[in-house]
Design a protein around this ligand. Structure first.
Ligand SMILES: [Fe+2]
Length: 398
């Protein structure tokens, strides 16, 4: 075990129908709320109207900022901050997937400082030291997509459209006060978003399983539990989108995947650094970027942590250890994982999302510029270098 500190103060209200509590919860934190959600919200506009009405009935005046897109932009965040300040907002409510919740977080922090929100962001190509926020307006989250776990962590991801950089703000002040997690809200999700969310959830634990601490028995068992829970329940949801029991399992798994329980003290998410570059340059869904990167990463790097990959093959897919060499065992696990991703309908190759092979040098350079550390490596266990990054993109295109 490594030494670590652990802190997570988020109160979770979980269950079907619990969204009805938004009024009483919000009233505890102020009289005027900004609701942050998507520009394109046709498939849950009824929910937004219900939330607005419930808040009003509870005496919480509310304004809507429905301007966020998938892969939220720093310009959208700046607009939200301006509205927050002009309207003297008391609390911010994020409604939607990770993009809406993350934008809500950075808006809530930006409302209390004159600092430009991009200056809060770490891993920028200008290498200026980030200035994370120390305070934020109270935050309440109502997730509608099981994926990012943003409802129970203190991270907010944002894209700078001027520099094509996607990175994140991380600060304890971004922990929501409460998150109302109502799995019935996810039943109307389009299928593609559902499967991309499943891939994202798996990626969050796989990051630490494959690239995190070496000596992490309990962490690994929690991570395996998340992966198996998603793999079992995603097919039930694909068979019946209104299967609330399966929806509930996916949603709780997405929260546990990234609330710190399975990775206390660990922080690096190297596969995400490659995925962020794909999303920043081609605006592809976050989960889709990870479903492309994960198998390629695993194929290229499995020999450097062969025991980890053998454990993955055996415990996740039940591959028999006795009859195979470690390399065969690891590769069979990766092969079965890739087959699972294809079966649920997420992309696994750059060409699946129309990213041309000739862009690999550009993508590699972007990862080096944005995410490499002072030693000229991408932080991971073990670290990876520029040649590795190029090779991983090559594997993702073959
Ligand atoms: Fe993610």
């Amino acid at each position: 075990m490594e030494n670590f500190e652990f802190f997570n103060p988020v109160r979770i209200v979980f269950g079907e129908g619990e969204v009805g509590r938004i009024g009483e919860e919000a009233a505890q934190y102020g009289k005027k709320a900004l609701i942050v959600s998507y520009k394109d919200h046709a498939f849950f506009s009824d929910l937004l109207q219900t939330i607005e009405g419930t808040l009003t009935k509870s005496g919480v005046q509310n304004l809507s900022f429905y301007e966020v897109t998938a892969n939220p932009l720093i310009s959208q965040v700046r607009d939200g901050i301006e509205l927050c300040v002009a309207e003297k907002i008391d609390l911010v409510i994020g409604v939607g997937g990770g993009s809406a919740m993350d934008a809500a977080k950075i808006i809530a922090a930006g409302a209390l400082t004159s600092e430009d929100p991009w200056n809060m962001v770490v891993n920028r190509h200008d290498q200026v030291t980030a200035n994370p926020p120390e305070e934020a307006l109270p935050l309440i989250m109502i997730p509608t997509l099981p994926a990012t776990g943003s409802e129970m962590n203190c991270c907010g991801v944002v894209t700078n459209e001027e520099t094509a950089e996607k990175s994140y703000v991380w600060s304890p002040c971004l922990y929501p006060k409460v998150s109302i997690v109502d799995p019935s809200l996810t039943c109307s999700l389009p299928e593609y978003q559902t499967v991309c969310g499943a891939a994202d959830t798996i990626s969050h634990v796989l990051e630490f399983y494959l690239n995190g601490f070496y000596d992490a028995d309990l962490n690994n068992r929690i991570q395996e539990g998340v992966i198996l829970t998603v793999m079992e329940n995603i097919f039930k949801v694909l068979d019946d989108p209104n299967n609330i029991k399966a929806r509930s399992q996916l949603q709780w798994a997405s929260i546990v995947a990234l609330n710190g329980w399975s990775q206390p003290g660990d922080a690096w998410t190297p596969m995400h650094q490659l995925g962020h570059v794909l999303s920043a340059h081609y605006n592809i869904a976050h989960g889709a970027s990870l479903s492309i990167i994960m198998p390629a990463w695993m194929k290229h790097l499995h020999t450097r942590r062969i025991d980890t990959y053998c454990q993955f093959a055996n415990r996740i897919f039940g591959v028999d250890e006795a009859a195979k060499s470690p390399d065969e065992l690891a590769l069979e696990g990766i092969d079965q994982f890739e087959s699972f991703l294809k079966k649920i309908g997420v992309p696994t190759r750059l060409s699946d999302v129309n990213i041309p092979h000739e862009d690999i040098d550009k993508l590699t350079a972007a990862v080096v510029k944005i995410s490499f550390n002072e030693e000229g490596k991408l932080s991971s266990r073990p670290p990876v270098d520029q040649n590795d990054i190029r090779a991983i993109f090559e594997k993702a295109s073959s």
